[in-house]
Design a protein around this ligand. Sequence first.
Ligand code: UDP
Ligand code: MG
Length: 342
Amino acid sequence: MTPDHVLPMPQGGPRTAPGRPAAGTLSVVIPCHNEEAVVAATHERLVRILPDTGMAFEIIYVDDGSRDGTLARLEAIAARDSRARVIELSRNFGQQAAMSAGLDAACGDAVVIIDADLQDPPEVIPEMVARWRDGVDVAFGQRRSREGETAFKLVTASLFHRFFASLMPYPVPIDTGDFKLLDRAVVDAVASLPEKRRYLRSLVPWAGFRQEAVFYDRHARLAGETKYSARRLLGLAFDAVVISSDKPLRLTWAGVAALALVGLVAGATAWTRSSADSSEISLASLVAVACLVATIPTAAIAVVGEYVVRAYREAQGRPTWVVRRTLNAPAAERAIDSARAA
Ligand code: UDP
Ligand code: MG
C-alpha cells in the first residue's frame, strides 16, 4: 500500500544498514480513548519533532470509541493536515485492539506506537529512528523514571513486569510499555498471526528480531485522566498472563501434588492416632481440611475455564475491532471502503 497522502516514499538511495533506506517512511500509531484534552497538543508536538527523523511520516490516530470530544478534534486535525489519518472504531475495543488496528493500517518502513497523553516524550522518536537506521528492528522505550504515578501503581507495575517476564520462555523487557519503534518486518510478522486477541507487550518480544532498549524518563500525563482503574488494570494483567503463557495451566499439577501430600499426611495421622487409640478428630477440623482441600480442584477448574473461554472466543473468529470510518485513508483503503459501501 502506498500512502498517497504523505510525502512520496524515497526510492532506494544510500543505505545506512542492510535493509534500511537512508530516509524511508515512518508511521506513528496513537490509540485514543477520551483524550479530548490532549490530542491537539500531541499533534502539534509530533509535527514539530518528526521532521528531525528525516523521514516522510503519517500519524494514525485510532479513536477507540471515545465518548467525549476526541473524534471532533481528530476530524479537525485531519481536515487541516493530510499527514494525519483517523481510524474511528465502532465502539471501545480496548487499547490492545486500537494499537493493532493502527499497526495493520500503517504504511511506513518503520512504525512507532505512542500513547496520546505525552507521557512518553516524542523527542525520543529520533533516537529510536537512529537505532533503526543502525539495523535495530525493535527500539523499545525503557523507563528510567516515572513521574505522576501513585506509589501503589509503581510498586504493582514493577512487581507485575517481573512476574510476567519470569513466565515467558523468551526474554521480555521489564519497565517497558507500548512506546516502541518496530521495523516493517516485525509489523508484518505480528500482523500475520492468526490469533485475534493480541497482547503486544509479549507478542513483539516473541517475534524475536534485533531488539534494543532506548532509555527515557516518563512524564506525567499532559491532561485528562488515566483510563485504567485498579479493577481494569487487574483484568488486563490477568488477560495478559492467560493470553501469553500456559504456565498457570501447569500449576494444576502443583494442585495434584498438594492434594496427594495432604492425603498422605492425613492418612498417616489417622493411622498413628488409631494405633495409639487416641480420641477422634473434631468435626470443625474435618470441615476445615475438607474446605481447604476442595479449593485446589476448584481453583484448577477456574484456571482451565479461563483458557477454555479464550479458546472459545478465538474459535468464534470475530474480528478484534470494527472500523466505522476512516479519514485521510490511503487510496487502497479508500477503494476497499467504497467497494464496501457500494
Ligand atoms: N486507550 C485506548 N483504549 C482504551 C484505554 C486507553 O485507546 O480502552 C489509550 C489512551 O487513550 C492512551 C493509551 O491507551 O493513549 C494509554 O492509556 P492511559 O494513558 O490511560 O494509560 P496509563 O498511561 O495510565 O497506563
Ligand atoms: Mg498514560
